[in-house]
Design a protein around this ligand. Sequence first.
Ligand code: ADP
Length: 259
Amino acid sequence: LELNLVPIHPEGSEFAGVLLVLQDVSAIRRLERMRSEFVANVSHELKTPITAVKGFAETLLGGAVNDPETAKSFLQIIYDESDRLNRLIGDILELSKIESRRVPLVFSPVEVDSFIEKSVKLVESEAARKHIALAVDMEPGLYVEADEDRLRQIVMNLLSNGINYTPEGGRVSLRVEGIGDDHIRISISDTGIGIPKKDLPRIFERFYRVDKARSRSSGGTGLGLSIVKHLVELHKGTISVTSEVGVGSTFVIELPVLQ
Ligand code: ADP
């Protein structure tokens, strides 16, 4: 609680007094803290690839450039880290735009059947590279009111995560069903590494990763699920997750159907 004293002098009156204003500022303080934590996180996340780029460039300039083999591997690192930086900045901008509602969603009726088929096609090669089987089980004839590009972003993100966090030879399945007559449920399950119980409540937070090194090596930015959650909410939907370490994870999205 914050206490403020506001002097009052009513015009033409001898009487003067003070107004006591008690204000609950915990929500404001929490927002301020979150904002400054976010800035600290962003700076830290940007620093890591920049330090690598700078370090390897320096070593090259210091003479390593004369050994073609070393030069090539260092340049590859510089390229990869720049690429990562690019993705990170892209995701940060995307998240900030979504959070401040600067992305107007364009809603139109989406036929779930063909939409899912197209989305799954886009991750087929990613899955094939890891010999991961993709299974789709769909109830036909469902429609939702959605921004198709954003809905694709949601589904692709969850499918990519499923593939990323599942070892070779595993399986990623997508299931679509109607629940009641006003919602659809899209479940994306994998037979991957799973998420420990203690981390589950936090994985939708920005930059939260169960295993930083693993996320990094698979090209993750730690922002995917925060973006997904925001986008699901902008569709008036919900997202939840269940998982068991060493067995797999299931992400469930529920969206209102087209009335
Ligand atoms: P990242 O870019 O690190 O993948 P996300 O925001 O997409 O970031 O996910 C946050 C974290 O949640 C990941 O780093 C990972 O630890 C965990 N995670 C997300 N999806 C899965 C999954 N399907 N299986 C296991 N862990 C997952």
